[in-house]
Design a protein around this ligand. Structure first.
Ligand code: URA
Ligand code: SF4
Length: 270
């Protein structure tokens, strides 16, 4: 599929078919001036607590970014675990206070030999109930994004999060993981990455990008888009979090550009 055909598929898959299009545009193509979708297609915006150390807005263009400073805290034995050991360690983990409020841990899902790894922030309410990452509206969009790339959940793809337990605020609403929570949980993701050994990593939003790339707080995250970063020797592409995209539809084109960069990087990666 060409990039432009994929873009059409992506936009259609996202439910963003054109509201207005020029009559002279060939059927099946997308107008460059495509309108935003009807409001009822837009998901509600979750509130973001000011107390969160890692802002959740997932708006990778936001300038105020709080640093994720790595502080190794989990037993180094994690680094030698096999899949079963790792899954068992996560399901019984009490390394941070998120263990108290979880219904269950959300380990990750997909092909353990996947070439593509997508990393999100952490489980939300739906994920906490179902035990699988990205099963709510943002998950549907992620599935559609992958579909537009010719990918599918569970087939040559793996989906994981920075934290494995759902972070909530005082009102039991979803919130982004705090610095200490992301740091405590990171060894599990690091081990998942080592075991999967993917060709490429797509960081979905701010939390994932900052945590994976261990960036300075002064880094304007908007600058992370459009470049190929590295996790070890692996290319990392940063794009918007699907939940952010659901409420900022004007950025869908940028997301598609990021995914095209990811596909190009994948093709040239070892
Ligand atoms: N958002 C995430 O970052 N991860 C999930 O699993 C679900 C929503
Ligand atoms: Fe353990 Fe991670 Fe859950 Fe914290 S979020 S309790 S470190 S699995």
């Amino acid at each position: 599929m060409t990039d432009s055909a994929r873009r059409v598929a992506f936009l259609q898959e996202m439910g963003l078919g054109p509201i207005w299009s020029r009559r002279d545009i060939v059927s099946g193509t997308v107008s460059e001036f495509q309108e935003a979708p009807a409001l009822e297609q837009v998901q509600p915006v979750p509130s973001v607590p000011a107390t969160a150390l890692i802002p959740t807005a997932d708006a990778v263009q936001e300038q105020s970014v709080v640093q994720v400073t790595p502080r190794v805290s989990v037993d180094a034995s994690v680094q030698h675990m096999d899949w079963l050991q790792l899954q068992s360690a996560v399901s019984g983990c009490r390394q941070c206070t998120l263990c108290h409020s979880r219904t269950q841990t959300v380990f990750g899902t997909g092909d353990q030999k996947a070439r593509w790894l997508f990393v999100g922030e952490g489980p939300g309410r739906n994920e906490d109930i179902q035990g699988e990452p990205f099963v709510g509206p943002a998950g549907k969009l992620l599935d559609n994004m992958m579909g537009a790339m010719g990918l599918k959940r569970g087939e040559n793809t793996y989906i994981a999060n920075i934290v494995k337990c759902r972070p909530t605020d005082g009102n039991r609403k979803d919130r982004p993981p705090a610095l200490d929570e992301a740091t405590a949980c990171m060894p599990y993701l690091e081990r998942q990455i080592a075991l999967i050994d993917p060709t490429i990593i797509v960081a979905l939003g701010k939390t994932a990008a900052l945590s994976l790339l261990k960036l300075d707080p002064a880094t304007p995250v908007s600058r992370l888009r459009g470049s190929v970063h590295r996790y070890g020797d692996k290319p990392v592409i940063v794009t918007y979090h699907p939940a952010y995209l659901l409420r900022n539809l004007a950025d869908k084109g940028k997301t598609w550009a990021d995914l095209c960069l990811a596909m190009r990087s994948f093709e040239t990666a070892d």
